[in-house]
Structure formats: structure tokens, C-alpha cells
Design a protein around this ligand. Structure first.
Ligand code: IMP
Ligand code: MG
Length: 177
């Protein structure tokens, strides 16, 4: 896999430390409250699995599948491929995604979750690329803010490849051009 990667951006160790910090903050913020964590698959699968194991308060886990990307280009059209299974009424919702890029996905998902009448909705993203924003949105919990580069690993893909990489890397252009 390494032949296709330009450089490592965030090491496995740095990811572990930051995810633990985020989980502890979230646990503190929601202590005593009914919490539902909704991971956006497939990208947030790995992050959400690590994150919730560090949140040592009771919670529900659900997932929602949204899709917008084809290769390295956001199509701008967000499809909700499959929805949540559990009710969120009278519960606080934390939506978890791999990366906040244009902001289209998360804002569309928030609108969908609102229909379930939760007590509150907050968002947690592993990565944030603020320079790429099209829809104005700020996440409540952010793992790392990064430059405008197409990254893979820790759940993030390029044409479905590299999700299993345990760190974050930038892909060589020849891989997707
Ligand atoms: P948004 O709707 O543009 O904010 O896009 C969010 C989604 O785009 C993420 O959940 C990812 O699936 C995908 N995405 C955005 N940037 C990257 C990247 O650098 N690498 C891999 N996927 C990305
Ligand atoms: Mg995604």
C-alpha cells in the first residue's frame, strides 16, 4: 500500500492520544444524560469504534450511511443510503463522521436526525478541512484540523481503498489520476 502514499500526516500514536482525549471530554459533557451516538458509515466506522470505547458512560450506538464522493471529488449530491434504526426522542444525539469537508453531508444528516425530535444534536469529526467549506458549519468536537489535501486511512478511503490503514496519509496523485 505504501507505494501509493505520499506521506504520513497523522501517526497511529497521535490518533490514539487524541481519540482518548475526545472520548474523555464527551463522557464528561454527557454524564447523567441519555446519549445516542450515530456513526456515519463507512468512513466513521473505525473512529466511532475507538471513540465509544473511551466514553465510559451508558450510550446507544446507531449508524447511518451517507454517500457523496466519487474518487477524490465530492459530487455535491448527498444520498442517505440507509437510515438510523433506533429512536432518538428524549435523547441527546452525537453525530460522528470521519471528516468535515464541504459540510454538505453533516448538515443534511442533522436535518434528518432533527425529524426524530432528539433533546439536542452535536457533532464530532475526526478531521476538519475548514478551507474547503461550502456550507457554513462548525463541528462541536474536532480531532485534528488539516490542510486541504486528500487523505486516507483510519476509515477514510480513496475509491474504497486504504480504509484499513491505521494512520492518516496523503495519497500520491498518480493513484487516482
Ligand atoms: P462533505 O459533505 O463534503 O463535508 O464530505 C464529507 C465526506 O466526504 C466524508 O465523510 C468523506 O467520506 C468524504 N471526504 C472528504 N474529504 C475526504 C478526504 O480527504 N479523504 C477521504 N474522504 C473524504
Ligand atoms: Mg464518509
Amino acid at each position: 500500500m505504501k507505494n501509493y502514499l505520499k506521506k504520513t500526516l497523522i501517526s497511529e500514536e497521535k490518533i490514539k492520544t487524541r481519540v482518548k482525549e475526545l472520548a474523555e471530554t464527551i463522557a464528561k459533557d454527557y454524564t447523567g444524560e441519555p446519549l445516542s451516538v450515530i456513526g456515519l458509515s463507512n468512513g466513521a466506522l473505525i473512529f466511532v469504534a475507538d471513540l465509544i470505547r473511551g466514553i465510559n458512560i451508558p450510550l446507544h450506538l446507531d449508524s447511518l450511511m451517507a454517500s457523496s464522493y466519487s474518487g477524490v471529488e465530492s459530487t455535491g449530491k448527498i444520498d442517505i443510503v440507509s437510515g438510523m434504526k433506533l429512536p432518538v426522542k428524549n435523547r441527546h444525539v452525537l453525530i460522528v463522521d470521519d471528516i468535515l469537508d464541504t459540510g454538505r453531508t453533516i448538515t443534511k444528516v442533522i436535518k434528518l436526525v432533527e425529524k426524530g425530535s432528539p433533546l439536542s444534536i452535536k457533532t464530532c469529526v475526526f478531521l476538519d478541512k475548514p478551507s474547503r467549506r461550502v456550507v457554513d458549519y462548525k463541528a462541536d468536537y474536532i480531532g485534528f484540523e488539516i490542510e486541504d489535501a486528500f487523505v486516507v486511512g483510519y476509515g477514510l478511503d480513496c475509491n474504497e481503498a486504504f480504509r484499513n490503514l491505521p494512520y492518516i496519509a496523503i495519497v500520491k496523485e498518480e493513484f487516482y489520476k
